[in-house]
Design a binder for this molecule. Structure first.
Ligand SMILES: [Zn+2]
Length: 286
């Protein structure tokens, strides 16, 4: 359930520079079922986008639940200490409470991770959900592999290929305003094995931090780029003709940062294993 000390490191650098954001591996401890509320936690009303994120998590998981029954708290900073461990968020089953570090409150993949716990009513990470049905929508940061054991290649007749043997596409969409006036830009990156052979991708990066899905946005006030580093090999394995996807989301804002984008025209692309999609353009309106 909680994200531990893991690291989304980013650097906002100079205005015209490219912000590089990496999600590195996390260490986990998701067994804090009766975890206490941190002393500096403050309750908050979830923004309207949480209803959309909840519906997305319901749809991928096949479970339904009452978002209104979840109580939300946030703690200042990017991590907080819970029973001696640095965490970014957790779901408490007895109170149906989600506690988030302030810095991840707008990070859809992180929020949906905790929503998925709340919908499943389980503090553990069933592989079929976190790394299966809801894989394109929930962040794992290395912690989703701990409960269902090590992944094994499901067949032996695969070939090892570089990322450029796959087809990468990016779909950019400026979403309608949420009911509270917020607006979000969604970038879905998809990667397809167009061949009839199963493929294990030899992604760049060291052995434990291969690069998987990424994005690059370049606009009037600079650029932002980043992506996922995957710790579970299943993300690098493709059945014949399989498509994998990942969703990046950015709130339209007056500042450009890890999860925010300013209005203007952008050149957009996605990548997988640093193999890029074709460029597309989109205009972000307030
Ligand atoms: Zn978790």
């Amino acid at each position: 359930m909680p994200f531990l000390d893991g690291s989304k490191s980013g650097s906002s650098a100079a205005r015209a520079a490219i912000l590089l954001v990496m999600i590195a591996l996390g260490i986990s401890a998701c067994d804090l079922i009766t975890a206490p509320l941190p002393p500096n936690a403050q309750p908050f009303t979830p923004p309207a986008v949480y209803a959309r994120w909840w519906a997305m998590t319901e749809a991928c998981s096949g479970r339904s639940g009452d978002l209104g029954a979840v109580r939300w708290y946030r703690v200042p900073g990017s991590r907080f200490t819970l029973r001696g461990q640095a965490v970014a968020g957790y779901w408490n089953s007895s109170a149906n409470r989600i506690v988030l570090a302030e810095d991840i409150v707008e990070q859809g993949d992180m929020v949906r991770h905790e929503m998925l716990h709340a919908l499943l009513r389980r503090p553990v990470h069933p592989r079929s959900q976190f790394l299966g049905l809801c894989a394109p929508l929930v962040s794992c940061q290395g912690i989703c592999t701990r409960d269902d054991g090590t992944w094994h290649v499901p067949r032996s007749d695969y070939v090892v290929l570089p990322p450029d043997s796959l087809n990468v596409a990016a779909s950019a969409e400026l979403l309608p305003h949420e009911s509270d006036g917020e607006r979000w830009f969604a970038l879905e990156v998809s990667v397809r094995n167009a061949g009839a052979h199963a493929v294990l991708v030899a992604a760049p990066g060291d052995r434990v931090t291969p690069h998987t899905f990424g994005y690059d946005l370049r606009g009037p006030s600079g650029g932002i780029g980043g992506g996922e580093i995957e710790s579970d090999s299943s993300t690098l394995f493709f059945q014949p003709f399989e498509i994998k996807k990942w969703l990046f989301e950015f709130r339209v804002s007056s500042d450009l940062s890890e999860y925010r984008i300013t209005p203007g025209s952008y050149l957009v692309r996605g990548d997988y294993g640093r193999h890029r999609s074709a460029d597309t353009t989109i205009t972000i309106s307030p």
